[in-house]
Write a protein of this length. Structure first.
Length: 65
């Protein structure tokens, strides 16, 4: 399940848990939403690291010319 779908699933579970008074479902929804947020942050970090590596390679090529 992707980052976005985990967030949406979590929000839905929280809403249903709130409407039905089901604390367990609400907490599960909070956990799912947080998991989606963490997954998104990890993806952002991976992207930034790949971009930094690419920039470093490009800079090294420029210096060696």
């Amino acid at each position: 399940m992707g980052e976005f779908s985990k967030k949406v699933k979590g929000r839905i579970e929280q809403a249903v848990g709130g409407l039905t008074g089901n604390r367990e479902l609400r907490k599960e929804g909070e956990a799912d939403e947080r998991a989606g947020q963490v997954e998104g942050a990890v993806g952002d970090i991976k992207h930034a690291a790949k971009q930094a590596a690419s920039d470093a390679k490009r800079a090294i090529k420029e210096v060696s010319r």
